[in-house]
Unconditional design. Structure first.
Length: 271
């Protein structure tokens, strides 16, 4: 299995297809398996690189004392690209993976051609904008995990941003063992890093084309974040996916596949 050392962490990754590189960043608490149904479609035209972010999937879990911030996640991604000798790429991030992708684009814009951001839970925007935070707070999830366990903390988290039936289904899905195997400091770190990330003042300087994806049935938290990004990014497109919520964004629907293909194939200069 392919592993590479990135920013001090053993990182698991997979590559499929050939062509221009397209890097996939999965959502929080899960792993690159969430892309399984999309990768065959994307790999027809692109060299698709999917990886497990630090503390996720098969990648190394950092020690409790290691910082977990968007800046650290960006350095992890830089290390992956350096190790695979990829000078620049397109990026598709979902949920927390979209936060990491945006953080990387702001830190290393010269290495980003195009950016697809699917419902990033950017809690830090509440420092300047009236976004709906869905009641989600890092201090609350940390307290629940201290008093009870990781399962209770995840249940609180998912119920904040998903319909009750979807939240229950996720915790009972094939991802259950992966979710419950995450140590509490990773779960807490995910939420606290999202709370600390407020790139509002830097968004106007991002000159790369950005496609924002939001589900029509998604929680107001995610659509309120998309509203802020759409009003501050200079080269942005926005698409609402019919019938989708946060847990079904990556279903390979014709609407999603068509939008991604069109966006990535556009002849507008990336920089």
């Amino acid at each position: 299995m392919p592993f590479i050392k990135t920013n001090g962490i053993q990182t698991y990754y997979e590559v499929a297809g050939s062509g221009e590189p397209l890097v996939l960043l999965h959502n929080d608490a899960l792993g690159l398996d969430v892309w399984r149904r999309l990768i065959p479609h994307l790999a027809i035209n692109y060299r698709v690189i999917a990886y497990d972010r630090r503390g996720h999937g098969q990648s190394e879990i950092p020690p409790r004392e290691a910082p977990y911030t968007v800046e650290v996640l960006a350095e992890d991604l830089r290390g992956l690209l350096d190790g695979l000798e990829i000078p620049e790429a397109d990026f598709f991030g979902c949920s927390g993976g979209a936060i990491a992708a945006l953080g990387f684009a702001l830190a290393y814009p010269e290495r980003v051609r195009r950016l697809i951001l699917a419902e990033p839970p950017m809690l830090g925007l509440r420092q300047e904008h009236p976004i709906d935070t869905a009641g989600l707070r890092g201090e609350t999830i940390a307290r629940i995990m201290r008093e009870r366990d990781v399962a209770a903390g995840l249940d609180y988290w998912f119920r904040c941003v998903l319909p009750p039936a979807r939240a229950q289904a996720l915790l009972r899905s094939r991802y259950r063992s992966l979710l419950l195997s995450r140590p509490p400091w990773i779960i807490e770190g995910i939420v606290r890093s999202a709370e600390a990330f407020n790139p509002t003042a830097r968004l106007a300087a991002l000159r790369q084309p950005v496609l924002l994806l939001v589900g029509q049935m998604t929680h107001r938290h995610f659509s309120s974040v998309i509203d802020v990004l759409a009003s501050h990014l200079p080269r942005v497109r926005r698409l609402a996916l019919p019938g989708a919520d946060h847990s079904t964004l990556l279903e390979p629907s014709e609407a999603l596949l068509s939008a991604v293909r069109t966006f990535l194939a556009a002849d507008d200069p990336p920089h």
